[in-house]
Design a protein. Structure first.
Lengths: 620, 288
């Protein structure tokens, strides 16, 4: 009976059950309201409205089952407000609505990790198809769906890849707070992201979608109902990251402990703040454009259909107004992690703190003025191209600030090559190549050849995988002992690093050449004489995938089997989160600390950066 | 931000790290930059099929040459720093507490800003020469010489092939792209359904084909050659198979090809709509 009692209540199981119920309610409800054939292309095979309403019903049921309506209903019935939910229970809190920011961080880490690996498997399938220029491992439609799922999953999920796990877990610890500003919204962002990712994967039951992660109209207007899964996925991701960013901004602005002035804030928190600002401002545009696309597909509007008065440029522009800040949403937290880790492992203060902050904020600001560089050859207004070329190249100035700060932090340090430090060094190498290849794409004449080719694809894998994912792993190896409470194996970590670094470069370096030599992105077949380079990239990609298995083995064996308890501060860091015991107590601080300096006083003598027993425990 | 160089742990005998890095960087750059400029730069595609392709090659050559010293600086810096400043095993020492150096900041900011502005100015200058072969939309701003008398070719993208119309040959439509040599060509690129992108790889031409939009790109052909055409914008199921070859041929050969192609076209001429810069056909059914 105890097991049954545990399973009944607000938890993941109830969520799934109610989610399925909600799905069918939406599906048959829509059938009852309208008949099929509700779109401009006059199809009769599917009722798009059913797909949309089914998934919306499913998501709503899922969230109700998890307990997201519990609190508002209790308040309506007159019960007093409460903040904490499931904050002290055992393993069950990881499978439910939990308002403890540390639990949400761990949930994010495993959730994001799961879908990152699924996205990676799709990348393996893409490279498998490209082993041969002409033979078909997959049919053309299946191949495009694989490409689409890989791109969409990676972009959508990894947008929260660092802010989700690391910022949610660490920002309150770093700023001396007991919780995030909106703990329930924090949990909501995670479960929305998970339901979104599940919806994207179910696109295979509706024929997949052929548009890649950009979802360009009017191709998306005429494609399978699988397209609806893409739209729902990205719109839900948009809602999730808007709320995530909002919560993050509110927390950082309002919940800093006494003494933690803006110039004492850890640089990672600045990275999170700049990213969160972009999320709040950019993601609503995505939600808007996908809503228009959803209306095109269901309610017979023609926003993007030229023959009926719409415009395909409208989609392209709105998408990239979101899309270009989006790629900096991916890159900026990487800057934050690298700059946060370098002082610890070079045993030196962060060099040029203000310049680093200016760099990240400058990137965040400039990222709004560059989006049409995706449209240089699209037939956009010709006069605008020099402006977008200039604004795009200007972004290299603030990016250079953060580079300079990182480089000078290493200068004359006492560098310790731990696993996270190795990932940080690789980040510089990868991001440098990514940035320099970006010069060719930003230059309009050169972009004529490189646009839409494997060159641009290699470029953004260097910046996003080489930047974001390497920083992501640096974060896992660095903060993992604090978050899991167990040590990760260092030898396996180094094997993982070297295989990943070598095969990452071996995979993507040839793709620059392939792009210049005339291979467009997302093709199922290519020129025979490019087979050698493609095969090289494919084999390297498989080995890159294998290096991820090393990581997975390391993680699972360390956390679930070997369980060597981690020391409270294995890296001798001065940062706040490492001064707390491992595992971190449920409410973080007995007393809110008072900060007296930034956490980078390496080599400056034994001055503590904060007073542990400062203000009385008055918050929340 | 203080620029205090000496701290505990530093002795007078320590080598001048900064000078070593700068000297090594200058030597490496002096070797690498000419090599890149002379050997790597000119072989970067798209090649010299058109004046526009040549422009892009020159552009790529200049940019690779410019970024080589930068790449050298960072490589030298990282190799030196990561080997020279490595902590001894088991060491718990901290490095010197240097929190910034306004001189270094100033030099870095000014240098990167100047490089960036120079690149943008150079790119703009190059772009405004003859358009570099990119699609410029319905009202282009950069023209090659003699563009008023350019030979007009319309490129029509549809799922999943390109067809070409030659208005000067009575609006003849063909699935072959044949161009006369040493001629200024104006491509009018449009689409009948979704967004495609007309990429004549060896000519250095790329222009998106948008439904209901006339996207103009210029090219000045050189000598006879064969080139590949691919669709560079994901356009649905058979996007990967949307390619064919084109030819640049001498004028006489072009004329004889045109005569034959017109003869082939004559029987279907009455079914083809009149030549126009855009076409707005009825919506297509779902095509994957």
């Amino acid at each position: 009976m105890t097991i049954a009692r545990r399973l009944i209540g607000y938890n993941l199981l109830s969520g799934i059950v109610l989610g399925v119920v909600g799905w069918y309610v939406g599906w048959y409800g829509a059938h009852a309201v309208v008949g099929p054939s509700l779109d401009y292309f006059g199809d009769i095979d599917y009722n798009e409205l059913s797909v949309f309403l089914a998934y919306l019903g499913g998501v709503i049921g899922f969230l109700i089952g998890l307990g997201f309506l519990h609190y508002p209903i209790q308040r309506l019935r007159g019960y007093p407000p409460s903040l904490r939910e499931k904050e002290t229970e055992g393993i069950g809190r990881y499978f439910s609505l939990c308002t403890d920011h540390k639990v949400v961080g761990i949930q994010y880490l495993w959730g994001v990790g799961l879908f990152f690996f699924i996205g990676g498997l799709h990348a393996m399938l893409i490279r498998f198809q490209l082993l041969s220029p002409s033979r078909e491992a997959f049919s053309a439609g299946t191949y495009l769906t694989i490409v689409g799922i890989h791109g969409t999953m990676m972009m959508g999920i990894m947008t929260s890849g660092i802010l989700g796990p690391f910022a949610n877990y660490l920002v309150p610890l770093m700023i001396g707070s007991r919780r995030m500003a909106f703990p329930r919204i924090e949990s909501l962002t995670f479960w929305l992201l998970m339901s979104a990712a599940t919806i994207l994967q179910t696109t295979v039951f509706f024929g997949g979608f052929p548009t890649g992660w950009t979802g360009y109209a009017p191709l998306s207007n005429q494609s399978n109902p699988g397209m609806d899964c893409y739209i729902l996925f990205f719109a839900l991701v948009g809602i999730s990251i808007t709320l995530l960013g909002l919560n993050m901004c509110a927390t950082i602005v309002t919940m800093r402990a006494p003494g933690l002035t803006w110039t004492r804030l850890p640089i990672f928190v600045w990275g999170a703040l700049s990213t969160a600002t972009l999320m709040v401002l950019a993601a609503p545009v995505l939600i808007a454009v996908l809503s228009m696309e959803a209306l095109d597909r269901t309610a017979q509007t023609t926003f993007f259909i030229t023959a009926a008065g719409g415009s395909s440029y409208l989609y392209e522009n709105l998408f990239w107004v979101f899309g270009h800040p989006e790629v900096y949403i991916l890159a900026l937290p990487g800057f934050g992690i690298v700059l946060e880790l370098l002082p610890v492992f070079a045993r030196k203060p962060l060099w040029g703190y203000r310049l680093a902050v200016a760099g990240m904020m400058g990137v965040a600001l400039l990222s709004w003025f560059v989006w049409q560089h995706h449209l240089f050859v699209s037939g956009m207004n010709g006069d605008l191209r020099p402006f977008y070329m200039l604004s795009t190249e200007l972004i290299s100035i603030p990016t250079g600030f953060t580079f300079l700060c990182g480089m000078m932090t290493l200068w004359r340090g006492q560098i310790r090559f731990t696993v996270p430090m190795l990932f940080c060094c690789a980040w510089f190498f990868n991001f440098l190549l990514g940035g320099l290849s970006g010069v060719f794409l930003s230059d309009t004449p050169s972009d004529v050849t490189t646009h839409g080719s494997f060159f641009s694809m290699a470029h953004f894998h260097y910046t996003i995988m080489g930047g974001l994912v390497f920083a992501f792993f640096a974060g896992i190896y660095y903060w993992g002992p604090k978050m899991f409470g167990y040590e990760l194996n260092e030898r396996l970590g180094k094997i993982h690093f070297w295989t990943m670094f070598i095969f990452f470069n071996s995979t993507f370096m040839p793709l620059f050449a392939i792009g210049f030599l005339g291979q467009p992105r997302r093709v199922v077949t290519y020129a025979h004489w490019l087979q050698f380079l493609n095969d090289w990239a494919s084999v390297s990609a498989f080995l890159l995938g294998a290096s991820m298995l090393v990581f997975l083995y390391n993680l699972v064996s360390s956390v679930f089997f070997k369980k060597i308890p981690a020391a409270a501060n294995p890296w001798n860091s001065l940062s706040m989160e490492w001064q707390l015991p491992t595992p971190v107590p449920v409410h973080n601080f007995d007393k809110i600390p008072v900060f007296s300096s930034d956490p980078y006083g390496y080599g400056e003598g034994p001055t503590p950066t904060f007073t542990p027993a400062g203000a009385p425990a008055g918050r929340d | 931000m203080s620029s205090e160089p000496t701290t505990a742990g530093t002795t007078a005998r320590e080598p001048n790290h900064g000078r070593i890095v700068i000297v090594a960087w200058i030597i490496l750059s002096l070797i690498a930059t000419p090599l890149v400029a002379i050997y790597l730069g000119p072989i970067i595609p798209p090649g010299n099929g058109t004046a526009q392709g040549t422009e892009q090659v020159f552009d790529n050559q200049v940019m690779t040459t410019l970024i080589t010293p930068l790449l050298c600086l960072l490589l030298v810096y990282f190799v030196y720093t990561l080997t020279e400043f490595r902590a001894k095993a088991g060491s718990t020492a901290d490095g010197p507490a240097i929190r910034g150096d306004s001189r270094v900041q100033f030099i870095w900011i000014v240098t990167t800003a100047l490089m960036t502005l120079a690149l943008a100015a150079f790119g703009t200058f190059e772009l405004l020469q003859t358009g570099s072969g990119g699609g410029q939309g319905p009202s282009p701003i950069a023209f090659p010489a003699n563009h008023q008398n350019a030979f007009e070719v319309q490129v029509i993208g549809q799922q999943w092939q390109f067809t070409y119309r030659y208005p000067s040959l009575n609006g003849m439509e063909s699935n072959q792209l044949v161009l006369p040599e040493h001629t200024t060509i104006v491509f009018h690129v449009t689409s009948l359904d979704v967004i495609h992108s007309f990429w004549a790889i060896e000519l250095g031409i790329k222009a998106d084909a948008n439904p209901g939009v006339d996207n103009v790109a210029y090219a000045v052909t050189n000598g006879p050659m064969t080139f590949h055409v691919r669709c560079a914008e994901l356009c649905g199921l058979w996007h990967g198979f949307m390619f064919n070859n084109g030819k640049v041929v001498p004028q006489a050969q072009f004329d004889s090809w045109a005569k034959g192609a017109e003869a082939l076209y004559a029987p279907i001429a009455k079914y083809v709509p009149a030549y126009s810069h855009i076409y707005l056909p009825d919506p297509q059914r779902r095509a994957g």
